[in-house]
Write a protein that binds this ligand. Structure first.
Ligand SMILES: Cc1cc2nc3c(=O)[nH]c(=O)nc-3n(C[C@H](O)[C@H](O)[C@H](O)COP(=O)(O)OP(=O)(O)OC[C@H]3O[C@@H](n4cnc5c(N)ncnc54)[C@H](O)[C@@H]3O)c2cc1C
Length: 541
């Protein structure tokens, strides 16, 4: 329903930002019958996940790696298969170490045990126990991530009931369960892995997959909780091996297109090159937005897909915000931690040190040292040093999806980890940016000699580029650090724990809100369900 009030356009809901979360929220709301308008300042939807051509015919996501899948619940709720969405299921990837050794992940438990046995037979047995404990942790965590962390209960009795429900959950835990939970949420990943495994390379392989994307080192207290992340999408099937890697068939643009199509099919409208500069408040309630061209649009609710700092500190007049909110938002920690190097190659890279046809390569290559080396890279990042020995996550999506490059060609995405947004002694100059590119090429050449001769285009993108192009504060890929103090009921800030904000009719649908970046599209789904509940409407979210 779209009507004019005076001459002003008006909608049920406006979503700011056509990134994955904004589109997920818009699709749920439109399918629940709301009239939804999505506004984005870019020229194409997708935000961080949008693809571009690095050379004619060579497509890859500019800022994200390109792996990852929406949870099956969101795919089925929104009917995304009917909009053409398919996922490729790949093996979990290979970690390549500086001394030429490698450790590959396999979904098949028998094959994977054989792989671990190359390093340690004891560890092959321990993996069964580790896998069981990871899946147990996922079963506890997944329901908490699938709904707002804040119960939303109102009134004395409502809040009391919610607190008793939490108390029940804790009381129902056996002492062993409680010990497992505390170990996982408090220990450094290194100490946690030591309680299962003896081999340094097995431990480094598991730690490297978990540290990507976070601002903790493997020896930092609480980093053990990150070990669960690669297992989050795992259903615990009978295969008994390592978790798989999901990739949208046709690249991240296929994922974005499926969501855009779902929004459109349900009557939602997407408008690009529409930068929101202000959110309007009247009588303490959010009433609509103002675009950069001065156009005003009214809405019953506004959902922001921007990070928490951009949402409150740049879209509002600070004097209109409730007392103390500017300070609370200012205290949220956001830090850039990764750079991206994209390559177009005119031939398939060869990896002589890996078994020919190794299926795990399709799930990605991780260039990592042992745990102490990873911790040193993390320490460099904390000191804001240019990375000397970064953790590098590499995906060559065209190996499994040839549609992403011209015949014979390939695209390579490298997420370079522990890269500070600012250096301790000055800015990232052009020379330093090139030096980072050279470092990545040197590391790639160690596992794929001669790869440099096949590069026909390269781009090196720093956290600053993410901030400038996408508008994401500090280029923080998690929309806010994912440390324990900024999670669950504390995300986006203490006491919030969800999409609802202190401003009536204003919701956060970005990963700055619960469940953060841990569930792709989860923040969008949570925001939609919170708004629909507030409107007394039923939806699938
Ligand atoms: C370098 C990097 C690598 C990553 N790698 C992976 C990965 O491999 N796998 C994975 O699962 N996740 C990855 N992520 C995280 C994942 O990409 C994001 O969690 C997800 O894409 C975020 O989507 P979003 O909709 O919340 O936000 P965004 O994608 O940030 O979307 C925000 C949108 O808002 C728009 N916008 C900004 N300001 C305005 C304004 N004023 N008015 C209107 N529109 C505006 C932007 O144009 C953008 O489209 C990565 C992130 C980064 C930065």
């Amino acid at each position: 329903m779209l009507w004019s009030w005076g001459r002003m356009e008006r909608h049920d809901a406006i979503v700011i930002g056509a990134g994955l979360n904004g589109l997920v929220a818009a699709a749920y709301l439109a399918q629940a019958g709301l009239d939804v308008l999505v506004l984005d300042r870019g020229t194409a939807p997708g935000g961080l996940a949008s693809e571009h051509e690095i050379a004619p015919g060579y497509r890859l996501p500019r800022f994200t790696l390109g792996s990852g899948g929406l949870p099956p619940r969101i795919v089925s709720d929104l009917g995304l298969a009917d909009h053409g969405l398919r996922f490729i299921r790949a093996e979990g990837g290979v970690t390549c170490f500086p001394d030429g050794r490698y450790h590959a992940s396999y979904r098949d438990g028998v094959v994977y045990r054989r792989e671990i046995s190359r390093f340690s037979r004891v560890d092959a047995d321990a993996f069964t126990r580790y896998r069981r404990d990871m899946l147990r942790a996922v079963r506890r965590l997944a329901p908490l991530l699938a709904r707002p962390a804040h119960s939303g209960a109102r009134g004395l009795f409502g809040r009391l009931r919610a607190q008793l429900a939490h108390a029940d959950l804790i009381a129902a835990m056996s002492p062993d369960d409680m010990r497992d939970v505390l170990r996982l949420w408090t220990l450094p990943a290194s100490d946690f892995l030591d309680t299962y495994f003896e081999d340094d390379f097995v431990k480094a392989h598991l730690a490297a997959a978990a540290m990507i994307g976070g601002t903790l080192g493997p020896c930092t207290p609480t980093s053990a909780a990150r070990l669960v992340l690669p297992w989050l999408a795992e259903t615990g099937d009978a295969s008994g091996g390592a978790p798989e890697t999901l990739m949208p068939a046709g690249g991240t643009s296929a994922l974005v297109q499926a969501l855009v199509s779902a929004v459109g099919a349900a009557g939602g409208v997407l408008r690009m090159e529409a930068e929101v500069t202000d959110v309007r408040i009247r009588d303490g309630k959010v009433k609509g937005i103002v675009l950069a061209n001065g156009e005003e649009i009214e809405a019953r609710a506004v959902l922001s897909g921007l990070d928490v700092k951009r949402s409150f500190l740049s879209l509002f007049q600070w004097k209109d915000l409730p007392e103390g909110l500017v300070e609370r938002v200012g205290r949220v920690r956001m830090k850039g931690v990764a750079a991206k190097v994209n390559l177009a190659l005119d031939a398939a890279p060869v990896f002589p040190g890996l078994p020919e046809g190794c299926p795990s390569i399709g799930g990605g290559l991780r260039l990592a040292g042992t745990i102490p080396a990873m911790e040193r890279a993390f320490a460099d990042w904390r000191e804001r040093m240019p990375p000397r020995d970064p953790l590098i996550d590499v995906l060559i999506p065209s190996l499994l999806d040839p549609s992403l490059a011209p015949e014979g060609g390939h695209v390579l995405s490298a997420l370079v980890h522990y890269v500070p947004e600012e250096l301790h002694d000055g800015p990232w100059t052009g020379e330093r940016r090139d030096a980072l590119g050279d470092l990545v090429m040197t590391r790639l050449a160690e596992i794929s000699p001669g790869i440099a001769e096949h590069v026909i285009a390269i781009e090196i993108l720093l956290p600053d580029d993410v901030e400038n192009e996408i508008g994401l504060t500090s280029g923080d890929l998690s929309h806010g650090e994912t440390t324990l103090d900024q999670f669950f009921a504390n995300r986006p800030f203490p006491g919030a724990g969800g999409a609802e904000t202190p401003l009536k009719n204003f919701y956060l649908c970005s990963p700055s809100a619960h469940p953060g970046p841990l569930v792709m599209g989860g923040a969008g789904a949570n925001a939609a369900s919170t708004l629909l509940a507030a409107m007394g409407k039923r939806g699938r979210a």
